[in-house]
Write a protein that binds this ligand. Sequence first.
Ligand code: SF4
Length: 196
Amino acid sequence: MDPVMEKALEQLQDLYKDLDKEIGELQKQSGLHCPPGCGFCCQRPTREIEATILEMIPAALALIEEGQGSFFRDRAQEAGEAGRCVFYSPINEATFSGTCGRYTFRPLVCRLFGFGAIKNKQGKLEISYSIVMKKTLATVLDSTDKKLTEGMMAPLYSDYGTRLRGIDSPWTQDSYPLNLALQKALEWVFLRQRYS
Ligand code: SF4
């Protein structure tokens, strides 16, 4: 493994660990969770779900090890930015239910779906909930919003985005539609394998 990539991946895993901890704390205090089986955030075109190449390297390494690298590279290229994430399997389009085929390797933006906050003009934290969350978790969302105004913490998109871009590597400087980021990550791993 390229030593710069190795270090960057370690920093990425540290970032994910900190985020998991922060989301765990938020969930403990608020009861906030994703509706079971919900795939609402995943069913959008990937031009609306961006990731860096680094974030897609863990999935690329696993796919190549499983012998599925070329298959997913071609699928990602075909689906492109207008298509859905190639890891998403819809179950019921009407209810937005579906599953992520690579949940363990999902990038930062997917980890923040439903939990990531922004600071409003008054400096208070606001979480942007999906329509499925609004329909099914109204009481929990009301209580979460109230606790946020009272000072409860939630992971900030801006903090984690800044920390990700702060990982010193050529693979964190640009974000791409998720399918394109996966394609680039797979191509990078293939290239390294060819010349190592
Ligand atoms: S990586 Fe998983 S969680 Fe993220 S958009 Fe794709 S299917 Fe959804």
